[in-house]
Design a protein around this ligand. Structure first.
Ligand SMILES: Nc1nc2c(c(=O)[nH]1)N[C@H]1C(S)=C(S)[C@@H](COP(=O)(O)O)O[C@H]1N2
Ligand SMILES: [Mo]
Length: 204
């Protein structure tokens, strides 16, 4: 069902320590972290959609059925939480962000940032260029199974090369902007750039 998409990790040939950013430890577990409660969904076909607005040729939405009909890929990548756990070789399935862009009205050339909007008001800001990378997914499968509610069912972002807080769970909308606008954790004091390899954990 999923097209094989396995970008060889830059560091797979090296030892594990070269895959673990400074100040992180590796866990086999999959901790759950978020602010607030886990949203409950009943009939996704009638109550769920994914909306697009901002610097885009037209506002748009995809229904649950339309979104699930988009081509999918599998991505294997490492995730790094700012609370210091890292999990290696996590396996995700979903729609590549750059694939999604083929199915919605064109972005204006001015777009440089994307704000992920989630159920219950959570937001995360990500530079467009990060989401254009091969590993950037709108993910709904983890380890071959549908995402569980606490990990973001029915849809989350998977944001490459950033601390995991930019991988927004319970995604419902994408806003396209020419300028940057801080998201939830970024306003709360996390570092806007969020590069684990530079330990960009907190704002100055
Ligand atoms: N909607 C939403 N998404 C969120 C968060 C949140 O509070 N709300 N927290 C982020 C943080 S801080 C982390 S570390 C990851 C955790 O994802 P997990 O629970 O699947 O491990 O989700 C991110 N996505
Ligand atoms: Mo986090």
């Amino acid at each position: 069902m999923f097209n094989a998409f396995k970008k060889k990790h830059d560091r797979t040939q090296a030892g594990q320590e070269d895959r673990v950013p400074p100040g992180q430890y590796v866990t086999e577990k999959f901790p759950v972290l978020h602010y607030g409660s886990v949203p409950q969904y009943t009939d996704l076909h009638t109550t769920w959609d994914l909306r697009f607005w901002g610097e885009i040729e037209d506002v748009a939405r995809l229904s649950f059925a339309e979104f699930r009909a988009l081509p999918t890929v599998e991505v294997i990548t490492d995730i790094h939480c700012v609370t210091r756990w890292s999990k290696l070789d996590t396996r995700w399935g979903g729609v590549q962000f750059k694939e999604l862009l083929k199915h919605i009205p064109a972005l204006k050339p001015s777009v440089q940032f994307v704000i992920a909007h989630c159920d219950q008001g959570f937001t995360a800001n990500v530079p467009l260029e990060v989401l254009l990378e091969d590993e950037a997914l709108l993910a709904y499968m983890f380890d071959g199974q549908e995402l569980t509610p606490e990990h973001g069912y029915p849809l989350r972002l998977l944001t490459p090369r950033k601390y995991f807080w930019k991988s927004a769970k319970w995604l419902r909308g994408l806003e396209f902007l020419s300028y940057d606008k801080l998201g939830f954790w970024e306003r709360y004091g996390y570092n806007n750039h969020a590069d684990p390899w530079k330990e960009e954990r907190y704002a100055e």
